[in-house]
Design a protein. Structure first.
Length: 334
């Protein structure tokens, strides 16, 4: 099994079957008996809408496990769901994790998977998995640059010969973009909105670069701070673009820093081949244009950005012997 254990979504790939599960990484727990009430999309619908004795949690923050027990429950549930509840031979699991995590955080992911019933756990850096999943020729001696923007982390990596030459991981990604929208609504419109509403705004009217046809408006409902009553406010896409400018600038800076440190031969390859964008954050309108504009290098969005990491873990599983080296390479951290 290949698992992309993401801050926002968890995807599971089973050898021979392809992607069999794509669920939000959310668990709803009953506080009285500490048992999970719902996992995945059912639990996500409960975010911000639960009674006192039920709490909906996201066990991963910034791409790493923040709540060990809940993460283990979630993994167990997903593994059982994939095998339709049958007791199975313990699977070999390949898990994609951010390249910037510490040894302790790596250990936590391995322990959670072993506790959830895995026989053998291998960890693969997300940029490597995303590059393999996006179809980049990672085994060739040419430079490939990939930017994987998830929910909690943005990974920028330059790869060659199945390994990471340089990588940088910044803990600014989809969640920070949503958070900056919520802060903007509070500051400018005195409107308090929840996590789900800010994500909806980002998807519907959010964009990273101005373009004529993208200028849209949207009605947002929330709680007005001054009157304390529910209120509807109409917002424009230009406002949302402005509200997300700070986290987007952090991502662009990380890309520039990585390019500055890239060896000249690999930099020449990257100019030829362009930069590949993967991860859910790559779906933000105009992000490829923004990165092209800032770096002067053509930027492409992967065919299915959300599934790149999990497809990469699946390919590694199916070609374990040829791609075994991807587990051994460690990048030079900043």
């Amino acid at each position: 099994m290949g698992i992309d254990l993401g801050t926002a979504n968890t995807l599971v790939y089973v050898s021979g079957k392809g992607i069999v599960l794509q669920e939000p990484s959310v668990v709803a727990i009953d506080q009285d008996d500490k048992l999970p009430l719902a996992v995945g999309s059912e639990a996500k619908n409960m975010l911000g809408r639960t009674p006192g004795n039920v709490v909906a949690l996201r066990p991963l923050r910034d791409g790493v496990i923040a709540d060990f027990d809940t993460a283990e429950m979630m993994l167990k549930h997903f593994i059982r769901q994939v095998h339709e509840g049958q007791a199975l031979v313990s699977p070999r699991i390949v898990i994609g994790i951010p390249s910037g995590v510490t040894g302790v955080e790596r250990r936590a992911v391995m322990d959670a998977a072993l506790q959830a019933g895995a026989r053998d756990v291998r960890l693969i850096d997300e940029p490597v998995a995303a590059a393999i999943g996006a179809g980049l020729p990672v085994a060739d001696p040419t430079g490939n640059m990939i930017i994987d923007i998830g929910g909690g982390t943005t990974e920028v990596a330059v790869m060659s010969l199945q390994g990471i030459v340089l990588s940088e991981s910044v803990r600014v990604a989809g969640d920070e973009l949503s958070e900056s929208i919520a802060q903007y609504m509070k500051k400018v419109h005195n409107l308090i909105i929840g996590e789900r509403t800010s994500e909806e705004i980002k998807i519907k009217v959010g964009s990273a670069y101005p373009s004529e046809e993208d200028e849209t408006t949207m009605d947002v409902r929330g709680l007005h701070m001054l009157s304390g009553l529910p209120r509807t406010v109409t917002i424009k896409s230009a406002e949302i673009r402005e509200s997300m400018s700070e986290p987007l600038a952090v991502i662009v800076e990380a890309v520039k820093r990585t390019l500055e440190r890239t060896p000249p031969e690999l930099a020449a390859d990257i100019i030829d081949r362009g930069i590949m964008l993967a991860g859910g954050g790559a779906l933000l309108k105009g992000l490829d244009t923004l990165i092209s504009h800032e770096t002067g290098i053509v930027t492409h969005v992967a065919a299915d950005p959300l599934s790149c990491v999990v497809l990469g873990t699946g390919r590694v599983l199916e070609n374990f012997k040829q791609l075994e080296r991807v587990f051994r390479t460690r990048s030079n951290p900043l």
